[in-house]
Design a protein around this ligand. Structure first.
Ligand code: ADP
Ligand code: MG
Length: 259
């Protein structure tokens, strides 16, 4: 039974896409069957796996708004164990088109349910908003990872996100768990980075992952080559940290290591 993990934060530029792509690639490298769902019209996860987002192809939008079978839109990536449902700028329209349709919050859930058993992990990269597509993602998900950038305003907006999670839990998805808050772009040279981690831990200690993602040039370079960091530089700090994050999630969930 696949575990669906949404990567969400309504703030842009906090490391959602970097986390979604590299966590998915890490699980795949560990031979877990993994599907990456790009649920952001900006389609950065899509181009991060070397697919041209401008190309006409079906996206999760078509499964939510039309009755298209999700297995028909899955694309095999260049990597073993890693598939992707790409995004397309059309997804912008989905928010508006879905306003009037029935069960508008559970469309993604219904689409993904059909293929959940074919994967060990399904990772959803959300857009920087708490709009209807993100609500769909959180309703479909078993858990959510919240990347938080190690910067001065880190905690700002986090309350709003955690409240949204509570709302989804009470109205749409009682089983939604917070997989963890992931501190990203940690800069060892900056005292501020450390202060931010301390501050977030002070408020939300139990929820914060042990693994902290450092600011790492290889992580920011990899998307320009259309590859996950593990394929760009497998021994870089960024690659190792995302593998460690995958391992932390496996351990936390008592998921056995693949033979
Ligand atoms: P989001 O999806 O939340 O908008 P991204 O993952 O796209 O955020 O990250 C924003 C920018 O920061 C991107 O250019 C990305 O390459 C870069 N970035 C993200 N995480 C790191 C990191 N740990 N080290 C260096 N650059 C990073
Ligand atoms: Mg993104």
């Amino acid at each position: 039974m696949g575990k669906i993990i949404a990567v969400a934060n309504q703030k842009g530029g906090v490391g959602k896409t970097t986390t979604a792509v590299n966590l998915a690639a890490s699980f795949a490298a560990m031979e877990y069957n993994t599907l990456l769902v790009d649920a952001d019209p900006q389609a950065n996860s899509t181009s991060g796996l070397n697919l041209d987002p401008k190309e006409e192809r079906k996206s999760i939008y078509n499964c939510m708004v039309e009755d298209i079978n999700v297995s028909d839109i899955i694309i095999n990536s260049e990597y073993d164990y890693l598939d992707i449902i790409p995004s397309h700028i059309d997804l912008v329209g989905a928010e508006i088109e879905m306003i009037d349709i029935e069960d508008r919050e559970t469309r993604m859930l219904k689409a993904l349910e059909k293929i959940k058993d074919s994967y060990d992990f399904i990772i959803i990269d959300c857009s920087p908003s708490l709009g209807l597509i993100t609500v769909n993602a959180l309703t479909a998900a078993d858990s959510v990872i919240v990347p938080v950038q190690c910067e001065f305003y880190a905690l700002e907006g986090l309350d709003k996100l955690l409240n949204t999670v509570k709302l989804i839990q009470s109205r749409l998805n009682p089983n939604l768990l917070i997989e963890g808050i992931l501190m990203t772009m940690y800069d060892t040279r900056l005292r501020l980075s450390n202060q931010v981690v301390e501050e977030v831990k002070k408020h939300l200690n139990d929820l914060v992952f042990d693994v902290i993602i450092p600011r790492n040039i290889k992580l920011s370079e990899a998307p320009s080559f259309g590859v996950p960091v593990i394929a760009h530089d497998a021994v870089s700090k960024g690659a190792v940290c995302y593998l460690n994050l995958a391992q932390e999630i496996l351990t936390k969930n008592n998921i056995p290591v693949k033979a």
